[in-house]
Design a protein around this ligand. Structure first.
Ligand code: FES
Ligand SMILES: [Fe+2]
Length: 442
């Protein structure tokens, strides 16, 4: 459980809040590059509780600024995106991507004061298929995160995004809540249905494993572990990475590099970006005959986007339709009666309410990762607030390169952190693999 005050600190991200200040120390993914076209429509963008406008100018540069025009506060959503800037339709003032007022046509030339007017605009960088923005106070922003999966060409990586109608940390806790996998997703699965050669069978045979968890340079990490064949242990490793990233064990440690970014739109809405590179030969989610585990195949249908603040990347299955739960399916096919891992996760994290009251919980040993992650985040907020200490990774972005999620089997005599370090050394880097690919084709 958590006190109400601690829960408030963890979940509120608006300007001036402790967690909002912490998040603003980092570059934030504002949207996908593909969502903005040169001279195209300005887009309403809700980020960390701020109502912003994003647009791409004639030269392809992106601007992100306060949505209210600095003249008389008409919304720049209605602006004309033309000839290198966004022109407010109320009185024609025009702003470039940095927020400079470059035209003030309703004022006589001798009264023009455009050089003294600036719209509140945030710094923007376009990288890895994302528009990143820095909403913090440093004159020189820190480096972008250097996660491997972000450095891969977009074509070599899967990118998915969807909105969750709940708080960002609730969404994130779903990623590091490892013990739900054996129930919510594969609770109906029998061991006889699983490939006897896959290491993942150990996870199905024992659904109440032991756990280790620790703080790291980048955040926190855990291993869920259980006995495998004699003398060996089956591990599932995962990480929380500041400020809102998780690396989860979606498959084998060697051949998948993935992360999820839980980006707060405001306190009660989150955009969840899933990025993954894999060379998986047999997905975790299949039976020994190669079929999908019943009821687990993805079924993520989207509502059409709208111009509303909350109008992007919304799923058809949602709280209001109970995620299309089918009680016959629940009796006869899968554990939940809800189709697909993604929708099952969505239901679990949203059904608690927009911001869960954590004073009602009874955490178990299986929730150790959740408990230390909350503590790590609250400690970092307090250090920033009281000692002006920058949170993890801000001044050491490369530390995140030592984090990877995944499953593997290791000798039981090895300490869990030694087993992790050893595995990390032999794991495939997708960047190296990509470098080698042209040679292999020759
Ligand atoms: S309110 Fe925007 S130009 Fe007047
Ligand atoms: Fe899940």
């Amino acid at each position: 459980m958590l006190t109400t005050a601690a829960n408030e600190m963890l979940t509120r991200v608006g300007p001036g809040t402790p967690m909002g200040n912490l998040m603003r120390e980092y570059w934030i993914p504002a949207c996908l590059s593909s969502e903005l076209k040169a001279d195209g429509e300005p887009m309403r963008l809700l980020l960390l509780g701020e109502q912003l406008i994003a647009f791409r100018d004639t030269d392809g540069r992106v601007g992100i600024m306060e949505h209210r025009c600095p003249h008389r506060c008409a919304s720049l959503f209605f602006g004309r995106n033309e000839e290198g800037g966004l022109r407010c339709v109320y009185h024609g003032w025009k702003f470039d991507v940095e927020g400079n007022c470059v035209d003030m046509p309703n004022v006589k030339e001798e009264q023009d004061f455009k050089h003294r007017v600036k719209a509140k605009a945030y710094k923007v960088v376009e990288r890895s298929g994302f528009i990143w923005t820095y909403m913090g106070t440093r004159a020189e922003p820190p480096a972008l995160p250097s996660l491997e999966v972000l450095q891969l060409p977009e074509a070599d990586r899967m990118t998915r995004v969807h909105q969750r109608e709940c708080n960002w940390f609730q969404s994130l806790e779903g990623d590091i809540d490892t013990s739900h996998f054996g129930f919510l997703h594969v609770g109906g699965l029998k061991i006889d249905d699983v490939d006897p050669n896959t290491i993942h069978r150990w996870g199905i045979m024992d659904r109440a494993p032991d756990y280790k968890a620790t703080e790291t340079e980048w955040g926190t990490m855990y291993a869920a572990y259980r006995d495998a064949d004699p003398g060996n242990v089956y591990y599932r490793f995962a990480h929380f990475m500041f400020p809102f990233i998780t690396l989860t064990p979606n498959g084998s440690f060697e051949d998948q590099v993935a992360c999820t970014l839980n980006v707060p739109m405001d306190d009660t809405h989150t955009l969840t970006y899933n990025l993954a590179w894999t060379k998986k030969t047999r997905p975790l989610e299949t039976l020994k005959n190669g079929d999908w585990i019943p009821g687990i195949a993805p079924d993520m249908k989207f509502r059409p986007n709208t111009n509303d603040w909350y109008g992007r990347h919304r799923l058809v299955a949602r709280r209001e339709n109970d995620y299309f739960i089918d009680r016959d399916m629940q009796k006869n096919v899968n554990y939940t009666g809800i189709q697909g891992i993604g929708r099952q996760d969505q239901a679990a994290v949203e059904c608690m309410g927009e911001i869960v009251d954590r004073s009602l919980e009874h955490l178990a040993p299986s929730d150790r990762m959740i408990a230390i992650t909350r503590k790590r985040l609250i400690d970092a907020c307090q250090k920033l607030m009281n000692e002006k200490k920058a949170p993890p990774l801000v001044d050491d972005p490369d530390a995140c390169r030592r984090a990877r999620g995944g499953s593997f089997v290791a000798p039981a005599k090895l300490d869990w952190l030694d087993a992790y370090a050893e595995k990390l050394q032999t794991a495939l880097s997708p960047l190296n693999l990509l470098e080698r690919l042209p040679l292999a084709a020759e």
